[in-house]
Design a binder for this molecule. Structure first.
Ligand SMILES: [Zn+2]
Length: 367
């Protein structure tokens, strides 16, 4: 999809009030959203709206898309805008960062042009990070005056991936606000951001869209049939941008291999399943596992799970073999494992230990 500095449908309600008070916004905003639902897209729509010179005030507030500022934004050369992201990530690649953890795993597998099943044993790529040079490069931008409307905007994608040096450099900048300059930090994993950085920002916490809204968007954004759209949404745990990434057959195949490996437990041999997962980037399958456990807990608690279709039957029979408390404990423990997901010392042992937490939820229920 081409660049659009327009809000996603489920973000329109949150964007309007911010733009309406755009001359009085704090100097640093932290935009957070559930994984795969578009924190960066919102940041981009906000940046576009802040710089737009013909701001719309009608039903759907946002950038006009026609003024010189909007045209520069679309061309990626507005003089009062800077984007800081991961290597290879651009401000106009809508959606790519939103599904980021899985995307990087998927991209990695694609670069190697191997199917996930045979990538086993390859070293797992280190997670990319934002380095200090990227923050230092904003120095000149901060010193020069705004060229157009008086406001300068810096959008930082995946703010949770600032490494320690970059985060500290940013912190210094945030501690001494520069008149007319606003920082928008976007993150779908805000708990990973340095608390001192977080505390310097005013948080804008976005909600995930309903299934109906997500599906409707997916129908038009990816041109899918309703059933296919729902299948992708299920795969993405209800997150529309993750779902859209899964419309790529290679990506979907990787998801499926992680999903089927996890769903084969607790009956399959844990060590064999760990071996199957080892070749995938841990963040990918840990996400799938977390969603799976959350859905199991929903079923055990009598709530509709996010997954539908064929997985529903499996969830129902598995949930009956565990119980709500055991599954909630499991979900809690998985959060801990999630924290060390970036750099597991030994991917195989990490997979085994994580899966053991999952299978424990079934043993605990029996005891
Ligand atoms: Zn405009």
């Amino acid at each position: 999809m081409t660049a659009g500095f327009y809000p996603l449908p489920w973000h329109e309600g949150a964007l309007g009030p911010l733009l309406a008070s755009r001359s009085r916004l704090p100097h640093a905003l932290l935009v957070t959203a559930p994984l795969g639902t578009g924190a960066l897209e919102f940041g981009r729509a906000l940046a576009g709206g802040l710089l737009c010179e013909g701001l719309k005030t009608d039903a759907v507030a946002g950038a006009c898309g026609q003024c010189p500022a909007c045209q520069w934004m679309q061309a990626g050369n507005h003089p009062d805008f800077r984007f800081v992201g991961l290597d290879g990530e651009g401000p106009d690649e809508l959606g790519d960062a939103a599904a980021e953890p899985e995307e990087s795993a998927l991209a990695s597998s694609r670069e190697q042009n191997v199917s996930p099943a045979i990538s086993r044993g390859k070293s797992v790529r280190t997670r990319p990070e934002i380095r200090i040079d990227a923050i230092r490069s904003l120095g000149d931008f901060a010193l020069t005056g705004a060229r157009r409307s008086g406001q300068k905007v810096v959008l930082i994608s995946a703010a949770d991936r600032l490494n320690a040096a970059a985060a500290n450099a940013l912190l210094k900048t945030l501690e001494e606000p520069i008149a007319g300059m606003i920082f928008i930090l976007a993150s779908e994993a805000p708990a990973r951001i340095l608390p001192t950085v977080r505390s310097r920002c005013v948080t804008v916490a976005l909600a995930a869209p309903s299934n109906a809204v997500a599906r409707e968007w997916l129908l038009s954004a990816a041109g899918l049939e309703p059933n296919a759209a729902q299948r992708m949404l299920d795969a993405g745990g209800g997150a529309p941008l993750t779902a859209r990434a899964y419309t790529d057959p290679i990506r979907y195949e990787i998801y499926q291999s992680a999903q089927s490996a996890i769903a084969s437990l607790p009956d399959a041999d844990l060590l064999e399943v760990a071996q199957r997962l080892e070749g995938l980037e841990p963040l990918l399958w840990v996400n799938v596992l977390q969603r799976w456990v959350e859905d199991l807990a929903r079923v055990a608690g009598g709530i509709q799970p996010r997954s539908k279709g064929t997985e529903l039957r499996q969830l129902t029979s598995l949930a009956a073999r565990s119980n709500l408390q055991a599954l909630l404990d499991c979900a809690q423990q998985l959060l801990r494992f999630r924290r060390s997901v970036d750099h597991p010392l030994n991917p195989r042992l990490y997979a085994e230990a994580t899966l053991r937490v999952y299978t424990q939820a079934f043993r605990a229920a029996k005891d």
